[in-house]
Ligand binder design. Sequence first.
Ligand code: PLP
Length: 392
Amino acid sequence: MKIPLLDLQAQLQHLQDDLISAITRVVKSTRYIQGPEVSALEEEIADYCNVRYGVGVSSGTDALLIALMALGVGPGDRVLTSPYSFFATLGVILRVGAVPVFADIDSKTFNIDSVKVAEILRSDRDKTIKAIIPVHLYGQCADMTEIMNLAGEYEVPVIEDAAQAIGAEYPFVVNGTVVIKRAGSMGLCGCLSFFPSKNLGGIGDGGMVITGDKVFAEKLALMRNHGAQPKYFHKMVGGNFRLDPIQAAALRVKLPYLDGWHSKRAENAARYNTLFAETSLLADNTIALPASVYERKDNYKGKNHHIYNQYILRVKRRDALRDWLMDNDIGCEIYYPVPLHRQECLKDYAEFSCPQAEKAAGETIALPIYPELTPEMQAFVVEKIVEFYTCN
Ligand SMILES: *Cc1c(COP(=O)(O)O)cnc(C)c1O
């Protein structure tokens, strides 16, 4: 049985006709830049994420970049983030000329450890940290209550990297009361990616910044269009960060299915958990399951506490297991093999000690979790993993 890590063909079967008519609609409209499809998607995504404004941009990376640019972060500034993420989170900090500061991750969630965030902010006496970028890795929110409390105390804006977590819910505590918030709606802004492998993926690149701040939203909207208002009059330097209307139209076809896909992914995760629990791999600590930490916290039993963009195991002999799965036609991936603070492009920067991120980089592996994955396929994946540890 051949099982890919992600099967977009399976999703396309139901959507092909609607996608093609959406594309045709854009083609026939001749509105090829910005226009009604982009504004409609911005409203629909903002609604979905429970925020007031959405600003469509060219990618998740550009969403992060434009957010830093709009905050005026640049040379001489530092930005606090997680060492365990996709490179874009670091790349944008370097591209605006700022210097990254890394707070190590929590060993269970793989998200930034708020205790470390507190230590670093406390030691930032010159107040050179101008933004915090927590990453909601794999589809589960970072500890935003703590992070927002610290951000408030030290007056540092928070840009949520929600590229992997659209719609993920979090029990946010305000004045002792739990309010369910969606990823990207807790900081100053949240950055979404519509890269095809995210839970809501376009038919190419796309992204969005969501925010509740009207002034910030207006600034983002100018900056994605070279800072022009009106046309040819430039108040500030932005760039061409516009979202393509064909992508917007395609994403509008897919958005109504998103909650259903989240549920399927969560069901698949629960099924893997049960299947693994029936083996000896958990008891002898050969593998550890993903921790869904908000599932029962504060009596919150909502469904999207983890949207499982990735289902990640921590395993022994990771590289050998990866080779074995590949040899058996089972798709898998390492997210991520080198933590950000160890990337070669940072060799001239100060060294950071992030032992948890380094450990994770050597032990994590992603298994297929896409919505159309069948129980038979999952049983086969688990069977092959058991076989690896018993025969090798
Ligand atoms: C995918 C991703 C991005 C970048 O999004 P693109 O749309 O690919 O530019 C940024 N951060 C994280 C955590 C991601 O997973």
